[in-house]
Design a protein around this ligand. Structure first.
Ligand code: ADP
Ligand code: MG
Length: 679
């Protein structure tokens, strides 16, 4: 196999070059052959009349004058020759390329590439060729190169390597895929990637490798998913369906279709013998928590305990309260967070261990060593991205193969969901409960500030409340706080005394934060000036205004999260974005925010504006790097590959059908697949 042959086996690759190639990530012959150009420069030959001033142009012309060569300065030269192109005389100028002179014969054709000067009818030549270029030479692959590896060397060696190893480059896709998707065979496509014959052939070669790359990736994901399931047999929870249904019936509303579907998926997982590994995503307010609660109820109907872990104390308290209300006398719900201490904590720990408590809500306090569960069967992690892998695992290890449900209120674009969470099952709630009034969003400039403040005051007079999110200064959290403090002072001075203005930021002590939040929740504070700490989960239905300063500094997802803090009650709510974006994308973001309330639609826009790498933030994107595929542009191919991969794995073809043998070997030997701890 070429993946086992060191690259130095290729003739002409010595030690020096070899170490440069290593730096380019090339160690084997296969690496070398599949080292693709990152770009292709296309030099289309256009009629002179269609060229724009200063454009990089490719021209073919007849030499009609003697070249004139002049030297100036030290070692500098200027060579000029007249070409006839479409019966127009054009001057070609070569700087410091004296050697060209001997190739310029009157009456012969030459091709020149360079910068076009429309006023002087002149081209400053950077590349020159005798004769007329062939079509294939007008497409130039551009590689990323290192050290002694020049473009010329790479191309020469590539041509040689393709010749030498031609017979060992194996097709890995089954024939039926090539036929039904009209993909070129692997070897042919490989040649086209390095030496494109024309634009059409190159396009199909790329199409082939994009599909191949995405299919392999999806196969790995689907395989891991299958293995994880099979490695975790046991623990089929016997839920009491009648009791669970009765509980659903007793809710003051009926579930939306999307909620019912997600619930069904969750209940099915609970009852199956493998461990649930599911992500539940849905916009803020779409009703995830209710679905999770029913799941918890089902688990306790089977005699199990359920735990809900959330990232902040405030959230833990809110969930604790609402679950207590929801379950009333049907289950004992306890709260375990950092601020629960001493005797109270002992008491709760005892309840958890003795099964007196069936539902346990908490922060990461849940995963401390001295917390023992009686029989933890179902674990829910809210805002999963706020916890590390270790923390999530620690909670899971508190039970015996408990089912695990992750929740997120960040709608993730479908393409990213199936790549980042490809080895998980995903449920989506993409529909809001009926009767919800969509939040009205307005984008305003600084000169509207007084009107906005008057509007806020009017809403206060009607008994409502407002969040004011403070200018964000990315570089420093200290400055953010200073901004919040200043703004708090300003607003206090601006509003009449009957408007109580509160302040919230990350540097406040946990108790103080809770205190402020509690006052706001009780309507003792009317306006809450805050940094983005209010972002996650907090529920104050009486708040109807979300006013965001310097909104252009926030990403779409974050703006949408903030907007989700309002519109939680019956009254009409408003989101006001104060922004004066300079860039086009900034303006685009404000427009999109004003136009749509749909988190999923918004996340697709966000992905397009920011690109896949930035979507989750730099640190923990968890996204694979693709060589040829682009998650934004190639989403159709990705969907196709995903569908095919599921079918190939579920049908068992990968393991039994000989025409899938090569794919199977690739998946099996993939370092990522091998490195996964199947726990
Ligand atoms: P999420 O966790 O997705 O932000 P919640 O589950 O907290 O959403 O629900 C938000 C609010 O909507 C809660 O007050 C909840 O009681 C209510 N709610 C949930 N589902 C429905 C529904 N199907 N019909 C009406 N109200 C609902
Ligand atoms: Mg929630």
């Amino acid at each position: 196999m070429l993946s086992n042959v060191p690259v130095s086996n290729i003739k002409g690759i010595g030690e020096k070059i070899e170490s440069d190639l290593y730096e380019m990530g090339i160690e084997t012959v296969e690496d070398f052959l599949f080292y693709f150009p990152f770009r292709y420069d296309v030099h289309e030959i256009k009629p002179i009349t269609e060229l724009e001033h200063q454009e990089k142009a490719t021209l073919v012309g007849k030499v009609v004058s003697e070249p004139s060569l002049a030297f100036y300065g030290r070692k500098k030269s200027r060579l000029v020759v007249t070409l006839e192109i479409d019966q127009i005389a054009v001057k070609a100028v070569f700087f410091n390329q004296t050697y060209v002179k001997k190739h310029l014969k009157q009456g012969e054709l030459i091709t020149v590439i360079g910068k076009w000067d429309q006023h002087r009818l002149q081209i400053t030549v950077s590349q020159f060729k005798k004769g007329k270029v062939k079509e294939k030479d007008t497409i130039q692959p551009v590689y990323s190169l290192r050290g002694k590896v020049s473009l010329g060397f790479l191309r020469k060696t590539m041509r040689y390597a393709l010749q030498t190893y031609k017979n060992e480059i194996e097709e890995i896709l089954p024939e039926e895929f090539l036929t039904s998707y009209k993909l070129p065979p692997r070897i042919q496509a490989l040649e086209q990637m390095h030496f494109p014959g024309n634009g059409h052939l190159l396009k199909h070669a790329k199409r082939r490798f994009i599909y191949e790359e995405l299919l392999l990736f999806q196969l790995k994901m689907q395989w891991l998913r299958k293995q994880k399931r099979e490695a975790t047999m046991g623990n089929a929870i016997k839920i009491d369906s009648d009791r669970t249904n009765a509980f659903v019936q007793s809710l003051p509303f009926s579930l939306t279709e999307a909620q019912s579907k997600a619930l069904e998926e969750i209940l099915n997982d609970l009852q199956r013998p493998y461990r649930m590994n599911r992500l539940l995503q849905g916009d803020v307010g779409s009703g995830k928590t209710v679905v999770a609660a029913i799941g918890l109820y089902a688990a306790i109907s089977a005699g199990k305990q359920g735990a809900l872990m959330v990232p902040t104390e405030i959230l833990a308290e809110q969930h604790h309260e609402s679950l207590q209300e929801l379950f009333a006398d049907q289950a004992e719900v306890v709260l375990l967070s950092g601020s629960v201490k001493g005797k109270k904590r002992k008491e709760i720990l005892h309840k958890i261990e003795s099964n007196e408590a069936q539902i346990i809500v908490g922060t990461h306090a849940l995963i401390q060593d001295d917390v023992f569960f009686h029989d933890l069967g179902f674990v829910i992690v809210d805002e999963q991205h706020r916890f590390g892998v270790e923390q999530r695992r620690a909670l899971r290890d508190k039970g015996l193969q408990p089912d695990v449900l992750f929740m997120t209120a960040t709608p993730i674009p479908r393409t990213l969901a199936i790549t980042s969470f490809g080895d998980m099952d995903v449920s989506v709630i993409d529909e809001m409960p009926e009767g919800r009034k969509p939040v009205e969003t307005y984008w305003v400039k600084e000169n509207m500030l007084n009107r906005v403040l008057r509007f806020i005051y009017k809403e206060m007079k009607n008994g409502h409340q407002a969040y004011v999110i403070c200018p964000l200064v990315e570089e420093s959290d200290k400055l953010d706080i200073q901004n919040a403090v200043d703004l708090h002072q300003q607003l206090k001075a601006l509003f009449p005394n009957d408007v109580k203005v509160g302040l919230m930021h990350g540097r406040l002590h946990t108790d103080e934060k809770e205190d402020v939040m509690q006052q706001f929740a009780n309507n003792e504070l009317h306006v809450l000036v805050s940094t983005t700490v209010v972002e996650v989960g907090v529920n104050v239905p009486n708040a109807t205004i979300m006013f965001i300063y310097d909104a252009e500094r926030f990403g779409l997802s974050q703006l949408h999260q903030l907007r989700g803090r309002v519109g939680r009650g019956d009254a009409q709510s408003y989101c006001i974005l104060l922004a004066d974006p300079k860039s086009e994308t900034g303006k685009e973001r404000m427009r999109i925010m004003s136009e749509t309330n749909d988190g999923f639609e918004l996340s697709e826009h966000d992905l397009k504006l920011r690109g896949p790498g930035d979507f989750f933030g730099k640190k923990q994107s968890g996204l694979p790097e693709f060589k040829v595929a682009d998650l934004v542009q190639d989403y159709r191919a990705l969907e196709t590959a995903r569908k095919d991969a599921v079918e190939i794995i579920e049908s068992g073809k990968l393991f039994t059908d000989p025409s899938y043998q090569k794919l199977k070997t690739r998946v099996e030997n993939d370092p990522y697949v091998k490195g996964q701890v199947l726990d």
